[in-house]
Design a protein around this ligand. Structure first.
Ligand code: C2E
Ligand code: CA
Ligand code: CA
Length: 889
């Protein structure tokens, strides 16, 4: 390709040069042809001139012979007959035709005319004439031929042919003259094909010109030859250039000496004429040559232009290619052009790197120059060669191949992931290679992120759902079991809400850490979200094995956590367990069943674990239905409050009434609080429910007040959750304000657990409630672990001794002793004592003996609806004694 590009500009020069050479050759040929034709024409003309000269000489020979014959005949008669023939007479008899321009004269020894054929012969002597003198002086001259001279007889030029006459003694006796007009000697011109500037001439052998003519002028002929060379020798031919003729016309002169006379005949052909044909041909040739020249010039330039254009185009293309390579060299993509090498049968046996960019070469650890022309068999060995050949053959077969592969980290800081794309083009493959290491790394990180819980680095729900099918398939294949543990952290929500999310997060991280510690290496801890966790135990041989691991987890989480602020928190986990295949065959079912099992654990005491059982599902369904109904009840205001009186042990006077909530269920009727209060507590609904109760109580107190009934305080039961999650004091203040109720009419009953289970300083809340003017009662006293001194510190007003102790009173001395101790200690601490659940007169009698301050129970009155309570308030109780009141509920 490169060499081709280089060739183009050279071709652009070579083409015009070639054309120039052709032009030159054409012209050389043309001129050579012209020269040849000229010389041919010249040779022809030379021959022609020679032929002309010869025939001219022959004609002259005859003419001169005739003239000579006349002189010889006359001489004979004149010398030998003694007669004097009359030439005039002979002429009159037509012997010498007058038009012949030939005159015969006989002169005496003095040059006087003796006889003449001329019409008017001159009387003058010709003794001065050249020919006369020649004969006079010389011994023998034969036929004398003169140069032209002007005849005295008729005034025109003539040429004299003369012969001497002698007397008997041989002395000079006169001259016989045949005078001939030059035209007689030059008639050849007209008879031959000569014309124009052609020329004939007649010389004497001594060089003297006798006659000459061209077509134009006979007289000019003589002058014409003024400087022309004199003919030499017997015969000859010679080109003579124009400068030697007065008319300037070049000629070829040929001459021939007459056979019997001292005369030379010359024929001259005008060169201008002989070259006409040659020049015409040459002109035609030149015209053709000119046309050809023009064509060649145009072709040469056009060709050169085309070459230059093609060169420019090729150069541009090469530049683009270079630029592309430069660009791609700088880019991430490597590219290769590899050509397949086949054996005789057309089977591909190797590939050769035909081209590549630097980037591409670098991928395989080469510089581009080092890789060019290399075969795969040079670059690879053994299994690696087989593999690469398989891929490239496949690409050749399918026209396309695309894959990703990894290059080892040898010579690099990390292994390379490359994307390779092969496209077939004829018997070659174009391959692009892209470094996708970053993309891969990113994808891997994303995958990790997608499968990992960011906070705890445990697996996440996504991972679980992705991976469970495989784990289940494995368990199925091996015929083994799999356990799924499900748990959340009891009371985690409290911690998160009260201490903030940072503390919550810390707790979750610590949980994950402990969970990991409790699991076997192959087990999977998963955080599903919030405080919900699952654990997958693979390779479980028996339920006991799962139980052992679960117990470890429970134990690990039972130890209180110490947070960054130093606070300690007991966060127990209630764990539900489901087993594959017994409890479910897919992830969702297993999770659901473990969740149900966990729910069951929570309902019956926390920090435990339980296996799923089919029955659990049924109770859960009930429970869920209850929860939903409870929500609806709160929403639909289905609760009513009943009131149970608390009276003075001795006088029976109405001291207070306890507000006890009931659910007026549309189908089930009155539902007792023990069926829904714990559920509302675990659902967090107790806050709302508690508010509703407080509101109803205040509203009722307001109503009674307005109707003028004697004011009797009402005690309200408040759950631990209400203290933990809400502001009870504020809630009560709000209710009282709304219904304009004095604080003295409200009392709060709280259990010992309220004061102990919470981490929040309850003292402040209790103080706040007391500050409102509301009295505080300890409910169910005796069932918890609080000491009396603790209760005193909290400034509590009343102890309500649990019904369990009241019912023990009539059973024996121990119950009485216990009760007495409580009463006396409470009195020491300035607290009054209420006995709950007084059901008999005997109990009341004993409580009077024990100086218990107040009593409450069915013996006094069952909890009553407000209307029934009203009657009691109007004076059913008397100072005199306590009479059992019929149950109005
Ligand atoms: P509690 O606070 O100990 O309430 C006294 C319970 O004893 C009441 O049951 C009452 O009907 C019952 N009782 C009273 N005298 C006798 C008796 O002589 N013999 C027997 N066997 N029982 C007697 P009730 O109404 O079913 O309430 C049960 C529990 O529900 C209450 O125990 C209390 O803890 C809770 N509760 C009731 N109303 C509310 C409420 O508004 N808020 C909260 N947080 N808890 C409430
Ligand atoms: Ca109570
Ligand atoms: Ca109680």
């Amino acid at each position: 390709m490169k060499t081709q590009i280089d060739r183009l500009p050279r071709l652009a020069i070579a083409l015009p040069v070639l054309c120039a050479v052709l032009v030159a050759l054409t012209w050389i040929t043309v001129s050579a042809k012209a020269v040849r034709e000229r010389s041919l024409a010249e040779a022809g003309a030379t021959q022609h001139a020679q032929a002309l000269a010869r025939s001219y000489a022959e004609q002259l020979q005859r003419t001169v012979s005739e003239i000579n014959q006349i002189t010889l005949t006359l001489k004979y008669y004149w010398e030998n007959t003694g007669q004097r023939p009359s030439l005039e007479d002979q002429a009159s008899h037509g012997l010498y035709p007058p038009s012949s321009r030939l005159y015969v004269v006989v002169f005496d020894r003095n040059g006087r005319t003796l006889s003449s054929t001329m019409p008017n012969p001159s009387r003058q002597s010709v003794a001065d004439r050249e020919y006369f003198k020649a004969h006079q002086g010389s011994a023998e001259t034969g036929l004398f031929i003169s140069q032209p001279y002007i005849s005295r007889s008729f005034g025109r030029p003539v040429i004299a042919f003369s012969r001497v006459l002698r007397d008997r003694s041989g002395d000079f006796d006169g001259v016989i003259l045949v005078a001939v007009e030059p035209t007689v000697l030059l008639s050849f011109f007209g008879q031959s094909s000569m014309s124009g500037q052609d020329l004939i001439a007649l010389h004497r052998t001594d060089g003297a010109l006798v006659a000459a003519r061209t077509s134009d002028s006979a007289p000019a002929g003589n002058a014409l030859l003024a400087s022309a060379p004199r003919p030499q020798g017997e015969s000859g031919v010679q080109p003579v250039n124009g400068s030697q003729f007065t008319d300037g016309a070049a000629r070829i002169l040929a001459w021939q000496r007459l056979a019997d006379y001292p005369l030379v005949a010359t024929a001259g052909l005008a060169t201008s004429k002989i070259y006409i044909a040659a020049e015409e041909a040459a002109r035609t040739d030149r015209r053709y040559a000119t046309t050809l020249t023009m064509v060649l010039i145009v072709a040469g330039f056009a060709g050169a232009l085309a070459c230059l254009r093609a060169a420019a185009h090729a150069q541009r293309e090469a530049r683009i290619k270079d630029t592309y390579r430069l660009a791609t060299d700088g880019a991430r993509e490597g590219f290769f052009m590899v050509r397949s090498q086949t054996n005789g049968q057309g089977k591909i046996i190797d590939f050769q790197v035909e081209d590549c960019n630097e980037r591409g070469a670098a991928f395989v650890g080469y510089a581009r120059a080092g890789l060019m022309g290399k075969s795969f068999s040079d670059l690879y060995r053994g299994a690696a060669l087989n593999k690469v050949m398989r891929i490239f053959r496949h690409a050749m077969d399918n026209d396309f191949h695309e894959d990703e592969f990894q290059l080892s980290a040898v010579g690099r800081d990390r292994p390379l992931w490359l994307h390779r794309r092969l496209v077939r083009s004829g018997d070659a493959l174009a391959m692009t290679v892209r470094d996708i290491s970053d993309v891969r790394a990113h994808a891997e990180q994303l995958a990790r992120m997608a499968n990992e819980d960011a906070l705890t680095t445990l697996h996440n729900r996504h991972w679980l759902m992705q991976t469970m099918p495989q784990m289940l398939a494995r368990a199925q294949a091996s015929g083994g079991m799999l356990a799924l543990l499900f748990f959340d952290l009891d009371d985690f929500k409290n911690i998160n809400n009260t201490l903030g999310h940072a503390a919550g997060d810390q707790l979750l991280r610590m949980t994950a850490l402990r969970l990991r510690g409790a699991l076997r290496p192959g087990d999977h801890g998963v955080r599903l979200g919030g405080d919900e966790f699952t654990v997958i135990l693979e390779q479980i041989g028996s339920a006991e094995q799962a139980e052992a691991i679960t117990a470890r987890v429970v134990e690990a989480l039972a130890t209180p956590f110490v947070l960054a602020d130093g606070s300690r928190h007991a966060v127990h986990a209630s764990i539900g367990i489901s087993m594959y295949p017994a409890d479910g065959e897919d992830a969702e079912t297993l999770i659901k069943h473990a969740d149900i099992a966990m729910y069951d654990v929570k309902a019956s005491g926390k920090g435990q674990f339980r296996f799923y059982h089919a029955d659990l599902s049924a109770s859960l369904v009930q429970r869920l239905a209850l929860e939903q109904a409870l929500r609806d009840a709160i929403e639909g205001d289905q609760f009513v409050v009943h009131y149970q009186p608390r009276v003075d042990t001795f006088t029976g006077a109405l001291r207070s009434m306890e507000a006890l909530v009931r659910w007026a269920h549309p189908q089930r009727g009155m539902v007792p609080p023990l069926e829904f209060i714990p559920v509302a507590e675990s659902m967090g609904l107790i806050l709302t429910l508690g508010e509703q109760v407080a509101d109803k109580v205040c509203a009722q107190l307001g109503a009674w007040q307005r109707r003028g009934l004697p004011p009797v305080p009402v005690s309200i039961n408040v759950s631990a959750q209400q203290f933990n999650q809400g502001d009870v004091a504020a809630m009560l203040a709000d209710c009282m304000a709304r219904h304009r109720i004095e604080a003295a009419l409200l009392e709060v009953e709280l259990t010992e657990s309220c004061m102990l289970a919470t981490d929040r300083p309850v003292a402040e809340q209790l103080a706040a409630i007391k500050a409102l003017g509301v009295r505080l009662l300890v409910d169910d006293f005796g069932t918890g672990y609080s000491s009396l001194s603790q209760l005193q510190q909290l400034d509590l007003d009343v102890l309500k001794v649990d019904r369990a102790f009241t019912s023990q009173l009539s059973a024996g001395a121990q119950g009485i002793a216990f009760f007495r101790a409580i009463v006396s200690m409470a009195h020491v601490l300035d607290m009054s004592v209420v006995a709950e659940g007084v059901e008999t007169e005997e109990e009341l009698r004993l409580l009077r003996e024990l100086a218990c301050d107040e009593v409450q129970g069915y013996y006094i009155s069952r909890p009553l609806p407000p209307e029934a309570m009203e009657a009691l308030m109007r004076g059913a109780f008397t100072q005199a004694g306590i009479h059992p009141v019929a149950d109005g509920a």
